[in-house]
Structures are given as C-alpha cells and as structure tokens.
Design a protein around this ligand. Structure first.
Ligand SMILES: [Zn+2]
Length: 323
C-alpha cells in the first residue's frame, strides 16, 4: 500500500442500498458499478453476499464483470458469511476483498452479543484468519468503533492486523462523532499500532451523517492518519446517510495536499452513476443538513444540476469548488 495515498471505498451498493426506497435491481447495480469504475474509485462494496441470493448474485456478477476497482463483499464474523463473501468475490481474483465486521463497543458487547472483551478479540482474529485463507485482501470493521473504549480498540486493531487484516475500518456507526474527537481517536490508533505507521496496514473510516458531520469527520480522520474513506454517491445510506463521495473527493482535490492527489484524478469525476441519481436527489432534498442550512446558492445550484441532465449530470463539483 502506498503510504500517502487516500483510497476511496464506495458503499453505495451496500450501505447506500439500505436507505429506504433505494433498493436496486441487478441491472441497476451493474450500471452503478460500471460508473463507479469509470470514476476510478478504489473499492466497490457490492453487497452482503450471505444475506440473500440477490445480494450474492450482484456481488458475484460485479466481481466478474467490473475491471479496475477492488470488489468487496461484507460478512459478519461467522464462517458461513465469510465463505459466502469469499465465493462471491472470487471472480475478481487478486482484486477480491472480504470485509468482516464485529461489534466492539461496551453497549454492543453486553446487550447484543453477550461477550467479554477477550471473546470479541478471539472471534475477530478467527474471522480475519478464515477470510485470509480465501483472499489476500481482508478488511476488518469493529462496529460502533467510535463508542468503543479507545484502549480496547487499539487492542482489537493490533490483533486483527497481526491476524492478517490489511485495512481496519473505524466506523462511526450511529453518527455520534464530532471532528475533533474523531480525529483524536484516529490519531491515537495510528500512533499505537506500528503497522499503521509503516503502511503495512491502513486505517479506514466510515462515517454516518446523523449530526451532519460525516464528511467533516472523514476529513478530520484523514488529517489524523486514516488512508481510506468509505462513502456513497450523494451520501445515501442508513438513516441520515453516509459521507458523500462527491464532497469527499472534491474537498480533497481542492483542499488536500499533493500527496493525496493520486487517487483523485478520476477521469469521469464530474459525472455520477445514473442508477443512483434519482434516489440521491430525493435523499438530498429530505435529509442533507448542509443543504437545508445553505444560504440559497446551494439549493439553486442543486436544482440546476438536477434539472438539466441525465446520466452525465454534474456531481456537485461546482458547488464544492465555489465554497
Ligand atoms: Zn454504515
């Protein structure tokens, strides 16, 4: 992994699809995946293969047909999920990734899983090792990481990296974090795990927008050492949504340092995937706090964008650049 590169991980087809009313057919998912490949995102999370035949088939088809990005399949930390994800991403060969997750916060440990810290670490390590037998590229997410005790989170990160995870994703699962605090947490993890400093493994972040800070939190994390950002087209996703791909990319392009630019020379970055456009527009109208707080220019511009185009409509680049 290149030490200073920022990797863009798009989860429109997985987390984005969890937005009410945003479910897509296989054909639509393939179309979105094709457009994401044209944007040159680094990773496409195609779905959660064990959940349904439909999810398995879409991840599997995307892994077979989409060239360029890494194709990831999500899995809980249980054998049948990991096996299904491994099978689904297999056609992508070296570009296949299994993304394993397990909750680590006290709340989830005590009330959802009924497990002690040591049991959580063992499960996480076993899951990562199982996934590594199937693919070389394994991502681990400690669910509800932003509400997990920081020192326990360090232990989890070190254990899964030792077990072979190459990316450790720190999700702000319930959209609870604020930039200063989240940046501090990422900095603490970065300083505590030597592999994050050497680049042998990288920190990823996955932020939700319940307090309208998904993008700000993601950028604070990058400043503190994170090297992958998980996001969705137009920020669609669970509840108030995820960090918006177009805002992240343009913020890094306009305001990032030179080292970050490598991942941002996206040939079609001014376009957006047509299949996600309608849902994204609706979502933006209803739930994006920044849009509602805008002085009017943003609203006007967004309407202009929506009203004058189809598959190749502007992503929002003008809007970010003008701020
Ligand atoms: Zn999420």
């Amino acid at each position: 992994m290149k030490k200073n590169r920022i990797y863009i991980f798009d989860t429109t087809l997985r987390d984005g699809e969890q937005c009410p009313g945003a479910s897509m057919t296989l054909r639509e998912k393939l179309e979105v995946a094709r457009q994401l490949a044209r944007l040159k995102v680094d990773v496409i999370e195609g779905g959660f293969p064990v959940i349904s035949e439909g999810d398995f088939t879409s991840v599997n088809t995307i892994a077979r047909e989409i060239k360029g990005p890494t194709i990831a399949g999500l899995a809980r930390c249980v054998p049948k999920d990991i096996e299904a994800a491994g099978k689904a991403v297999a056609p992508a060969g070296k570009k296949g990734r299994i993304h394993v997750f397990l909750a680590t916060s006290k709340l989830h440990r005590e009330f959802k899983l009924g497990k002690a810290q040591s049991q959580i670490i063992k499960l996480a390590v076993d899951g990562v090792k199982r996934a590594r037998k199937l693919v070389a590229d394994v991502e681990f997410s400690p669910e509800d990481a932003s509400r997990t005790e920081p020192d326990f989170l360090v232990e989890v990160c070190q254990a899964v990296v030792d077990a072979g995870a190459t990316t450790v994703n720190i999700p702000d699962t319930v959209g609870w974090a604020v930039p200063g605090q989240f940046g501090e947490l990422i900095g603490h993890l970065h300083d505590s795990v030597p592999e994050f400093q050497s680049g042998k493994a990288i920190i990823s972040v996955h932020c939700h927008n319940d307090l309208g800070m998904a993008v700000a939190n993601s950028l604070a994390a990058v400043q503190a050492g994170a090297r992958q950002i998980e996001c969705t087209v137009n920020g669609i996703g669970e509840r108030a949504g995820n960090a918006a791909l177009e805002e992240i990319v343009m913020a890094l392009k306009r305001r990032g340092n030179k080292a970050n630019r490598e991942s941002l020379q996206a040939g079609g970055a001014h376009e957006r995937p047509a299949g996600a456009a309608q849902q994204g527009d609706r979502r933006r109208e209803r739930l994006r706090p920044l849009e509602r707080h805008s002085s009017g220019w943003h609203h006007q511009k967004t309407r202009d964008v929506r009203d004058h185009g189809s598959a190749g409509r502007r992503l929002g680049a003008d809007r970010v650049a003008a701020d």
